[in-house]
Design a protein around this ligand. Structure first.
Ligand code: HEC
Ligand code: HEC
Length: 343
């Protein structure tokens, strides 16, 4: 896995951490004014400074609508899985937060997966995929998720025969792709849908866009602390993470966990995606924030400081199709929504 980590990335980010600065390692893609404010009022200096660290989630990546709609159907079609009993939405519940409530979902063989399920929302904005960042593209991820026994365990002959044998679905493929459903078209449909799984409209993005009232004084103070103590050296860019590889456990290691190099995760929607860390071992956000400060920055936060950062992180929750993402109900508190057999 270390093979994927360019040494300079680690060195540059660590320098930023040690300097306590919020150096943006990668240049933000868009410096133009985000939607929200009016083009005539100048942005406050604080919002301009924030835009050098975090950029707003775009409303669209221009996914082709007919293909994305097909991908949406496939995303919850359990017939593509080996046992006919699960779909992408089983683990990535897009009706809530794009993930699931449990620390680790189960493989098709009923064993817990090696890692916690990350949210699919905004994954299209990340530079690489998976906790270790070993998956280069959404296409590779879709292929792995469809066929690996860890996820759906499907096989291409079976997947294509289900789709071609369903007249409505087969017809939609013909009209969206101009040919019979094949492996490439199936993957393209899923990827097109994933490119539409964006959560714009967070309060923080609104504030950066010039809406001064979008965040409270306490939340702004939390952001200043997040930036000031060096969290933003690793968690930055459009996804507030997911653009660097970093060692976990720079100053001390996380208890019961070997130090390893992972892709810095996105903190978009993090307030509604508990439990935390690649193994899902941390249940609450204040606990995750204090642990991060200790292991990555060598700092002990007071409860008030951790609360301030948690308040800031709460402003990063965006909306999908106009509805703010929500946390799943706690496991055991009643039936979770079940996947639809057909989209
Ligand atoms: C059994 C649960 C499960 C199912 C079913 C599943 N996934 Fe995943 N998915 C995961 C886990 C766990 C990871 C992280 C794997 C890792 O990093 O080792 C992941 C990672 C991803 C990622 C990368 C997210 C990121 O931020 O890096 C995407 C995108 C994704 N899955 C899409 C899909 C699609 C599309 C399907 C259906 C074809 C699907 N998943 C089915 C559990 C699941
Ligand atoms: C040196 C880089 C680095 C710094 C600095 C850093 N983080 Fe992280 N952060 C990571 C990595 C890597 C992970 C993944 C850890 C894991 O899963 O084991 C992570 C995980 C997290 C998570 C869990 C996300 C999830 O979805 O599970 C939160 C929350 C978080 N960091 C917040 C912070 C805060 C707040 C600070 C500042 C106090 C901070 N981080 C500083 C690299 C960093």
């Amino acid at each position: 896995m270390a093979a994927f980590r360019p040494a300079w990335v680690f060195a540059v980010a660590l320098t930023a951490v040690l300097a306590g600065s919020a150096l943006a390692v990668l240049e933000p893609a868009a410096r133009e004014r985000p939607a929200g404010g009016s083009a005539t009022d100048p942005l406050p200096a604080e919002a301009v400074a924030a835009l050098a660290v975090i950029t707003p989630v775009p409303g669209s990546l221009g996914a082709e609508p007919a293909r994305a709609a097909l991908g949406r159907t496939l995303f919850s079609d359990t017939r593509l899985s080996r046992g006919g009993d699960r779909a992408c939405i089983t683990c990535h519940d897009i009706r809530i937060n794009g993930a699931s409530a449990v620390a680790r979902d189960l493989t098709t063989d009923g064993r817990p997966l090696a890692r916690n399920t990350p949210s699919v929302f905004n994954a299209a904005l990340s530079f690489r995929l998976g906790w270790a960042g070993e998956i280069p593209t959404l296409q590779d991820q879709a292929e792995a998720d469809l066929t690996r026994p860890d996820f759906l365990g499907g096989s291409w002959p079976a997947i294509l025969s289900v789709i071609r044998g369903d007249p409505a679905l087969a017809g939609r493929f013909r009209s969206a792709f101009g040919r019979e459903a094949d492996r490439e078209a199936v993957i393209d449909a899923i990827v097109s849908f994933e490119r539409s799984l964006l959560t714009p409209g967070s309060r923080f993005d609104g504030w950066m866009g010039g809406d001064a009232g979008a965040v409270t004084e306490a939340e702004r103070a939390g952001y200043a602390l997040f930036r000031g103590i060096g969290c933003a050296a690793c968690h930055q860019g459009v996804n507030v993470g997911a653009n660097l590889f970093e060692k976990v456990g720079i100053f001390v290691t996380i208890p019961n966990k070997a130090a390893e190099v992972l892709r810095v995760p996105s903190l978009r929607n993090v307030a509604v995606t508990a439990p935390y860390f690649d193994d899902g071992s941390v249940a609450t956000l204040p606990e995750a924030v204090r642990l991060m400060a200790r292991v990555q920055l060598g700092r002990e936060l007071t409860a008030a400081q951790a609360d301030a950062i948690v308040a800031f992180l709460g402003t990063l929750t965006g909306s999908y199709e106009g509805r703010p993402l929500t946390a799943p109900r706690a496991p055991g508190s009643g039936p979770q929504p079940q996947p639809q057999p057909r989209g």
